[in-house]
Design a protein. Structure first.
Lengths: 113, 111
């Protein structure tokens, strides 16, 4: 069964450093998403991406964040200068179309020291 | 912003018991989804509901999309130890693809 994959599974970084989180969405899906989950809290939407551009973003997704689909398979989230409060699980998801079910990857646990 | 209120926050039950959890909102959602999350993993889709009033089953799981489109419930019958985890409801509005998640229900099952 096709699935969303994410790398790395864990990342530890120093405050102020840049991190890039990687995702490979399900191959025939057209919509891609990033969500985050701070420890013990609910899953929060960050951004959705379609046709090589951001289609929707939340207040959390400020200028420190960017997304890119550098090739036909990868979808990345970059945090330019990490802050302590960026520590969270980051989930990538994909869906076949607008309004269709979103399938989540296993997540990357980011710890900012 | 949109909020989904999920209850209960946690449940501790005996194996074999039935479980019910629900989500309510002040806003209308056009799709309701129920996910299960195991520790350290991503949410896994259990049931998707696309029509108001829809009742859908997946094995021992049954979920309904409320007729007002502002609520949904999930029932688990005859619980087993592997049902342990956090269950999230999530809603999708028509205008976009942003999933709004509830706060989760932590289910613990005593063998």
């Amino acid at each position: 069964e096709p699935e969303v994959t994410q790398t790395p599974s864990h990342q530890v970084t120093q405050m102020g450093q840049e991190v890039i989180l990687r995702c490979v969405p399900i191959s025939n899906h057209l919509y891609f998403y990033w969500y985050r989950q701070i420890l013990g809290q609910k899953v929060e939407f960050l951004v959705s991406f379609y046709n090589n551009e951001i289609s929707e973003k939340s207040e959390i997704f400020d200028d420190q964040f960017s997304v890119e689909r550098p090739d036909g398979s990868n979808f990345t989230l970059k945090i330019r200068s990490t802050k302590l409060e960026d520590s969270a699980m980051y989930f990538c998801a994909s869906s076949g179309g607008l309004g269709e079910t979103q399938y989540f990857g296993p997540g990357t646990r980011l710890l900012v020291l | 912003g949109q909020q989904l209120n999920q209850s209960p926050q946690s449940m501790f039950i005996q194996e074999g018991e039935d479980v019910s959890m629900n989500c309510t909102s002040s806003s209308i959602f056009n799709t309701w989804l129920w996910y299960k999350q195991d520790p350290g993993e991503g949410p896994v889709l259990l049931i998707a509901l696309y029509k108001a009033g829809e009742l859908t089953s997946n094995g021992r799981l049954t979920a309904q999309f409320g007729i007002t489109r502002k609520d949904s419930f999930l029932n688990i019958s005859a619980s087993i130890p592997s049902d342990v985890g956090i269950y999230f409801c999530a809603g999708l509005r028509n205008a976009g693809n942003m999933l709004t998640f509830g706060g989760g229900t932590r289910l613990m099952v005593k063998p």
